[in-house]
Design a protein around this ligand. Structure first.
Ligand code: SF4
Length: 202
């Protein structure tokens, strides 16, 4: 179900690519200023400060942490009565299964960090949008979909997934897995060149 667009004014920005996206996003929304922070540690500290500042209605690229778990939230929007909304921006034209895993992980980290989350949304491109002469209108170009129920249901799977991932992270060597379809779906793996270096080109 679609909802109203947030009116954030402040960004906490991480990776350069994301930083540019957030600036574009921010300027489209008429956000007067943004704060750019590169390292996770600095972003985390800034997020913690911004969360306490009730004058700030939303944080772009908010950095959340709980123990060994780190999550970035594209738009962390202040909700009602001390709660927050998680908004994940995707370049797809609909909500995909892997998006739910993504926001469920963010929800898990936020919960573990003691933050109250009232709503989880995926913001994606509206496939029916027709570009107007005056340029892109963000309110119509994007669709905001409430996936709170789906994300909460998926929470059940998250601890098991984290356990499995941390087990791999703690290994001294990378697992011996041959490149296959998992390298391309749901996303192109950034290690593809390395893993296929010894393979024939065709
Ligand atoms: S390219 Fe990525 S997904 Fe494929 S085997 Fe290597 S690390 Fe695994």
């Amino acid at each position: 179900m679609s909802a109203e667009w947030p009116a954030p004014r402040v960004c906490v920005v991480g990776k350069p690519k994301k930083r540019q996206q957030s600036h574009q996003f921010g300027s489209h929304l008429g956000i007067p200023g943004s704060i750019c922070i590169l390292s996770f540690a600095v972003s985390f500290a800034a997020t913690r400060d911004f969360v306490k500042d009730e004058a700030i209605p939303a944080i772009f690229e908010a950095a959340l942490q709980s123990g060994r778990l780190f999550a970035r939230v594209d738009i962390f929007e202040r909700g009602n009565r001390g709660a927050w909304n998680i908004c994940e921006v995707k370049s797809s034209t609909d909500v995909k299964e892997e998006h739910i895993d993504d926001v469920a992980f963010q929800l898990h980290v936020a919960n573990e960090a003691g933050l109250k989350i009232s709503r989880v949304d995926i913001i994606h491109i509206n496939r029916d949008y027709v570009l107007k002469e005056k340029g892109i209108e963000p309110k119509h170009y994007f669709r905001r979909v409430d996936v709170t129920v789906e994300a909460k249901k998926r929470l059940h799977d998250i601890p098991g997934m984290i356990k499995a991932f941390l087990k791999v992270v703690d290994e001294d060597r990378a697992p011996e897995i041959e490149p296959w379809t998992q390298c391309h779906s749901p996303y192109e793996c950034e290690f593809l060149d390395r893993c296929t270096a010894s393979k024939p080109k065709d």
